[in-house]
Design a protein around this ligand. Structure first.
Ligand code: AG3
Length: 281
């Protein structure tokens, strides 16, 4: 029997994840990255970019729901949302569950992500043709510099903090986000894993804090992202994201009011995270 295996090329992980592969459905290359769509007997279809798992059929909803719903539920009526990265449409699908949303900008530098998602992940790409979605396939940092007007939420669903994605983690980028957000807006970005990337998580909090009056951190359990204890860093002009402002939208599979209240890092852990020089709790 053929025994195909895939070893993930996670740039910052101290261990290597290996996945059984039933079928290779697609491999290709864009101007920006290498693509692979494979199937695994447990996780179903998986998208890899440059050898790193971006999502799988089985666990994508944890990430996409948590990227979108925490910030949006902290607002009574979010109308305009910007997604940087996320060309696959997973975060967009969740945003569109909020009936007040009028416009969701999708700003992924690589239009090939959207094409591949539409072809191989129709359930993830489901919202991409919704009339509220404004497709802006371009560099996220450039989009933010050019964007005129205001947004209620800016959600960064990038690849790992390496290569061209690093421009989305600078103080300049965060400051531009802060300026685009109104007084009650929210910025959310992935910031890797507390198990594997403790100092990187702290670094993102520190940089955010140079720009935003209020920063916070929540987490979600991801089966297929290295380190699994996955972080979402937030910055606001004052809005407290910890308290939901209204009942959860439906349907969701993981996000709910209890998860909203329990997903934030407890204060004593947050203080330890921020102690200079610390490498773990
Ligand atoms: N965005 C987050 C990918 C992070 C993957 N990192 C890793 N496996 N080490 C993926 C796009 C999903 N919409």
């Amino acid at each position: 029997m053929i025994d195909l295996k895939l070893t993930e090329q996670d740039p910052h992980a101290p261990i290597r994840y290996q996945y059984a592969v039933d079928r290779v459905l697609y491999t290709g290359k864009s101007e920006y990255q290498e693509f692979a769509v494979v199937t695994n007997p447990f996780f179903g279809r998986m998208l890899l970019l440059d050898g790193v798992v971006q999502f799988t059929d089985r666990d994508e909803f944890y990430y996409h729901e948590m990227m979108a719903h925490v910030a949006l539920h902290a607002m009574p009526a979010p109308r305009r949302v910007i997604v940087i990265g996320g060309g696959d449409g997973g975060v967009i699908r969740e945003i569109l569950k909020h009936p007040t949303v009028e416009q969701a900008y999708l700003v992924d530098i690589d239009p090939e992500v959207t094409r591949v998602s539409r072809e191989f992940f129709p359930a993830v790409a489901a919202g991409l043709d919704d009339p509220r979605v404004v497709h802006a396939p371009m560099d996220g940092a450039l989009f933010m510099r050019q964007f005129e007007g205001h947004a209620d939420a800016i959600l960064v669903d990038s690849t790992d903090i390496v290569g061209f994605a690093t421009s989305l983690f600078t103080a300049d980028f965060f400051d531009r986000a802060r300026a685009i957000l109104g007084p009650d807006g929210a910025f959310v970005t992935l910031s890797e894993s507390l198990h594997f990337h403790f100092e990187m998580v702290r670094q993102v909090q520190e940089t955010l804090a140079t720009v935003f009056p209020r920063v916070d951190l929540y987490t979600a359990p991801l089966a297929t992202y290295g380190g699994n204890w996955w972080c979402f860093a937030t910055g606001t002009n004052g809005l407290d994201l910890r308290a939901p402002a209204r009942p959860p939208v439906t349907p969701t599979r993981y996000y709910c009011a209890d998860i909203h209240r329990s997903c934030f890092l407890p204060d004593f852990l947050y203080r330890r995270l921020m102690e200079p020089g610390r490498t773990g709790f």
